[in-house]
Design a protein around this ligand. Structure first.
Ligand code: PLP
Length: 371
């Protein structure tokens, strides 16, 4: 699905030097590379504060802790996402309130959010799924009306532009009160291990977030809050510095691959190509088709027989995951999510796809559909 080896090959000298510098300095934790990466990311995003942390899941958890959410508070999120989003809500003994998604964009359904709000609702966690932003202006309006916090799960859309109705542009993850991202190796900005970051424009929140990622410590060995240990290590920061400089270029390569796929599949009676919003650029963390009257498993097996990977993100909606079975929800409650989990298929999507590979992949898909 991704080709990290080929990508590394193109940037090897810079990556190797960056990693070697960290080892030479032995400043493995909170070294200068972490600080400078943080500043470069702040500049890139136009965010006032970036707080590096251990991974994207921690970023979400720490955000909810910093906002002071309390057990029993309700947090609204989508039923069609990676489990981490709901996991941290449950871990903090908050109540995940799931809502269905839009069938075209796979992103949280705005009207369903409004219907899910109760007096106990404290926050909304929209997920910019597969690389494209949720309509954030509308989300912020809903949040303002009901006095809610908004935490953007931006683990899949770092680098996407968000375009406001007045034409002004900002980066994904900087519209809500807090934005979270992951630097897991296969993410759009991936390191060579685990990593994550939290963004905010709020000075007070930033202070709180920094304290919580560091054991709730305000002054060394004085712990005013219960925190966690969640750090981005210096070696990962060195890798990320090299890749951040190429993030826009990487997004362009993903978009070019998506354009190729679109051209190959547009208008096909059995495939629906990804719908692109006007209020967001798409950085194609995944290229996801919706199949119609297709033996999806057969297609995946056919592609596998030709050494083409294909994946289903996500095969089981959150409310049907064993650990999250809840008397509040049953099969049929989130029909769009349930439909998508049975019909989507994601094709290889990364920065190193060349025309020969794309032709081979698209031809192989057609081969299966035409027989
Ligand atoms: C990857 C991902 C996460 C979690 O990030 P980790 O760094 O793996 O902890 C959370 N939410 C979404 C939508 C993701 O894609």
């Amino acid at each position: 699905m991704v080709d990290l080896q080929r990508q590394y090959h193109h940037i090897k000298p810079e990556i190797d030097n960056g990693i070697q510098d960290v080892i030479d300095s032995c400043a493995f934790i909170n070294g200068p590379a972490v600080r400078s990466f943080q500043e470069e990311l702040e500049k890139y995003l136009g965010a006032k504060h970036v707080i590096p942390c251990g991974n994207g899941t921690d970023a979400l958890q720490v955000s909810m802790m910093a906002l002071g959410l309390q057990p029993g508070d309700e947090v609204i999120t989508t039923s069609f996402t990676f489990i981490a989003t709901a996991e941290v809500i449950a871990l903090l003994k908050l109540i995940p309130v799931l809502v269905d998604v839009d069938p075209d964009t796979f992103n949280i359904d705005l009207e369903a959010i409004e219907r899910a709000i109760t007096p106990k609702t404290k926050a909304i966690v929209p997920v910019h799924l597969f690389g494209q932003c949720v309509p954030m202006e509308e989300i912020m309006e809903i949040a303002k009306k009901h006095n809610l916090y908004v935490i953007e799960d931006n683990c899949q859309a770092i680098g996407a532009d968000y375009i406001f109705k007045d034409g002004s542009v900002t980066k994904a993850g900087t519209v809500g009160h807090i934005g979270c991202t992951s630097f897991f190796p296969s993410k759009n900005l991936g390191c060579y291990g685990d990593g994550g970051a939290i963004f905010t424009n709020d000075d007070e929140l930033a202070k709180q977030l920094r304290v919580i990622v560091n054991h709730g410590m305000t002054v060394r060995y004085y712990h005013d809050y219960i925190g966690v240990n969640s750090r981005l290590d210096s070696i990962q920061a060195a890798v990320l510095k090299v890749k951040l400089r190429r993030l826009d270029d990487y997004a362009a390569k993903r978009r070019a691959a998506a354009d190729y796929y679109d051209n190959a599949f547009a208008g096909h009676p059995n495939l629906k190509i990804p719908v692109r919003y006007s209020q967001s650029t798409h950085v194609f963390h995944q290229y996801t088709l919706v199949t119609k009257d297709v033996d999806r498993k057969g297609l995946i097996d056919h592609l596998a027989s030709k050494e083409i990977p294909a994946m289903v993100y996500y095969p089981v909606p959150l409310h049907m995951q064993k650990a999250y079975i809840d008397p509040r929800y049953k099969r049929g409650d989130f029909p769009v999510t349930e439909f998508l989990s049975e019909h989507v298929i994601s094709l290889p999507m990364h920065t190193e796809l060349d025309e020969e590979q794309l032709e081979y992949i698209t031809t192989s898909v057609h081969e299966f559909l035409n027989r």
